[in-house]
Design a protein around this ligand. Structure first.
Ligand code: UD1
Length: 426
């Protein structure tokens, strides 16, 4: 087991660069399955989840390689049809092969992912949508098994604008016979990114970035080269880290138009935000104690649920009380238990958290429960008195390229330590 040990007291100052979005590249990799031949994805982040998804694709018969930030995927004429539990349990995004493989092969077996540390996450919208498109779906021995000779177009209303369901249904619809309409579709930049990849592959899609996607199925698609959209959650992490530590970070390569509410919250709490030129990123400076702001998570363009730990950490050191409300995942608040160990004053009631900010937190051993929770415990440790040890460091590897080097580059007093399991404090 590895942990990050961080000594508090240092503001983060300097520059970081942001690579492509984890939540986009994993789906673009799945979309590559829709066309035989070579797909090339540039601006790919070097993170553990990309390694896991590469393994998913290899087991389906693809050749996958990465050099610098360029990922190359060679897809055979008949990719395999099974994604087993061993991989799906390591990364839920593996279920994104369901739509493309069903569309291409007419048959697919994907292990049911179950829930995970941020809450129960069903597959019912994915399954109901594919059934509307003519798939027969059963669940046997922990697998979701889908079959369809040829999917057909359908009108699908999502109960909630689910990102994963929108993506899976999109990838199925592009090769279905006829027109599919997905209503109440997710509008995240990741959806716009996958639509732009699919359109350049030859798909016919309108409405990307709106609540209604219309897809006219085509017979086949061709592989293309594509640049992954910048990671707005990683960008937001550094932006909030600047405010929390009262530092000054220039975030190169970030796209501010994808995170307007998050930047507005930082502005309201007193941060100085300076936009650089188009495609260049932005700079966040904070010279005083942040003022308390209320935050409500919602599907895009609302404040991202993945940024909930950033909002809680900011509130924990802000001047005054804040109310933070989580509307997307039922167990995101697990993160709060670890923040309590750092001395944060947080009370929860249902999906609301009332946070009373403190000037300083207090360093302690804590545990990363997911990617974003893990990274924010490290950042919280910078605004804590003494030493904070964040165990289960691998969570951070899942989503943050070069995290240790970037933190050191910003002046953090941080190290990564391998610890035998029996030496852990809990
Ligand atoms: C993706 C992101 C995740 C982000 C989330 C919301 C990836 C790899 N992960 O997750 O980081 O936090 O979007 O922005 O891209 N739901 C159902 N039934 C379904 C599908 C979803 O009830 O069939 C519910 C979920 O339990 C959750 C809500 O819908 O409460 C949103 O989930 P969804 O948008 O699908 O999240 P993911 O795509 O899993």
């Amino acid at each position: 087991m590895e942990l990050f040990r961080v000594t508090g007291g240092t503001p983060l100052v300097g520059e970081v660069s942001v690579a492509g979005a984890k939540n986009s590249v994993l789906k673009l990799m799945a979309a590559a399955l829709l066309a035989e031949g070579r797909t090339v994805l540039s601006n790919t982040p070097r993170i553990l989840d990309v390694t896991i998804m590469s393994e998913v694709l290899r087991r389906l018969g693809c050749d996958v390689s990465i050099e610098a930030d360029v990922l190359t995927i060679d897809v055979p004429s008949e990719p395999g049809t099974e994604a087993d539990y061993d991989l799906v349990r390591r990364m839920r995004a593996s279920i994104n092969v369901l739509g493309p493989l069903l569309a291409r092969r007419g048959e697919v077996r994907v292990a049911h992912p179950g829930g995970d540390a941020i809450g129960s996450r069903g597959l019912d919208y994915h399954i109901a949508g594919l059934k509307r498109m003519g798939a027969e779906i059963t669940s046997e021995h922990g697998f979701v098994i889908a079959r369809a000779d040829r999917l057909h177009g359908a009108t699908i209303w999502l109960d909630f604008p689910s990102v994963g369901a929108t993506e899976n249904l999109l990838m199925a619809a592009v090769l279905a016979k006829g027109t599919t309409v997905i209503d109440n579709a997710a509008r995240e930049p990741d959806i716009v990114d996958i639509c732009s990849l699919l359109v350049s592959m030859g798909a016919k899609i309108t409405g990307a970035g709106t609540s209604t996607l219309e897809i006219e199925g085509v017979d086949s698609l061709r592989p293309v080269a594509h640049r992954v959209v910048p990671d707005r959650i990683v960008s937001g992490t550094w932006a909030f880290a600047a405010a929390i530590t009262r530092g000054d970070i220039t975030i190169r390569g970030a796209e501010p138009t994808h995170m307007e509410i998050a930047l507005d919250k930082l502005h309201s709490c007193g941060a100085d935000i300076h936009l650089l030129g188009p495609g260049e990123g932005f700079r966040v400076r904070m010279s005083e104690r942040p003022k308390a702001v209320d935050v409500v998570t919602l599907p895009y363009p609302g404040f991202a649920t993945d940024m909930l730990p950033m909002a809680i950490t900011l509130a924990a050191v802000a001047d005054g009380p804040s109310m933070v409300t989580e509307n997307v995942f039922d167990a995101r608040f697990m993160f709060i238990n670890e923040m309590l160990r750092l001395g944060a004053d947080v009370r929860t009631d249902g999906h609301h958290a009332v946070v009373r900010g403190k000037e300083w937190l207090s360093g302690a051993p804590v545990k990363a429960t997911d990617i974003r929770a893990g990274v924010m415990l490290v950042i919280a440790g910078l605004r804590a008195d003494g030493v904070t040890e964040v165990s289960d460091a691998y969570h951070i590897d899942r989503g943050y390229p070069d995290f240790l080097a970037q933190m050191k580059g910003l002046g953090a007093d941080i190290e990564r330590i391998a610890v035998p399991d029996d030496a852990l404090p809990f």
